[in-house]
Design a protein around this ligand. Structure first.
Ligand SMILES: [Zn+2]
Length: 252
């Protein structure tokens, strides 16, 4: 019976919206049923999302002309009222402000609710005063440097978009480096932590080795690094190779 109702709704929305010329995207809101969500087109493709909802990840600095880290903007798949619009790092390119304002971030909430900084290097945090001024988010980092409102702990869970993330303290690149792991989507935001280690002649602190071993035990299909493109090919194999190489290296 429920299937028939959903199918009828799907046909009706499509016919109505096509007649109106302006298509609406509908979302299912707990306790309220289907609600108009944003302009768009409800297709069989979007219906398929009912089976596997994914949060939206946008790298706001993919075309930056300025030297900056990647800045990931995380939005829930349906931009529900409970979703937490979040930035992972803020970089140093002011042009991301316009992009954030142009994106559909949902109604009744801040465009940027949380900022999580992977560490305190200038190329990851320089734009923080501007972001705070424009969007007034809560700011999370492992060390409470200027502008940070919430200190993170290793193992803490944190809601970003419509997902829960585990904070993994990964010292090495800096003492305050963290990775953010989302089990549901099998993804890891790694900041500048050097997780792919191809040689055995490096030297690593023990806390980093433990963190790397912990990361390698997680189910990770894609790594979103602080610089460059996502790594989505043979991630599990690469992480195990890294652990092997680190164990053969100097550990202090
Ligand atoms: Zn760095």
């Amino acid at each position: 019976m429920r299937c028939y109702i959903i199918f009828f709704l799907y046909i009706k929305i499509n016919i109505d919206s096509q007649q109106a010329g302006a298509w609406e995207h509908y979302q299912f809101v707990k306790g309220a049923g289907f609600m108009p969500a944003r302009k768009g087109c409800l297709t069989l493709g979007t219906l398929a999302h009912f089976r596997h909802l994914r949060m939206k990840i946008t790298n706001l600095t993919s075309d930056s002309k300025t030297y900056t880290s990647n800045v990931y903007f995380l939005l829930g798949d349906w931009k529900g009222v409970d979703d937490v619009n979040a930035l992972i790092d803020v970089g140093r390119d002011p042009s991301i402000i316009k992009k954030i304002k142009e994106l559909d971030t949902g109604v009744g909430k801040k465009r940027v609710e949380k900022v999580v900084l992977t560490h305190g290097h200038f190329d990851h945090v320089s734009l923080l005063p501007t972001i705070k001024d424009k969007f007034d988010p809560k700011v999370y980092a492992f060390h409470s440097f200027n502008g940070v409102s919430h200190a993170l702990r290793d193992g803490q869970t944190l809601k970003l978009a419509d997902r829960w993330f585990e904070v993994i303290h990964t010292p090495g690149h800096t003492s305050d480096s963290i990775c953010l792991y989302c089990a549901q989507d099998a993804i890891l935001f790694s900041g500048d932590a050097g997780l792919i280690i191809t040689t055995t002649d490096g030297s690593y602190e023990e806390a980093f080795v433990r963190a790397l071993e912990r990361i390698a035990r997680r189910n990770i299909k894609t790594i979103y690094p602080g610089h460059g493109d996502p790594i989505a090919d043979q991630v599990k194999r690469l992480l195990h190779m890294s652990v092997d190489n680190v164990r053969k290296s100097k550990i202090f």
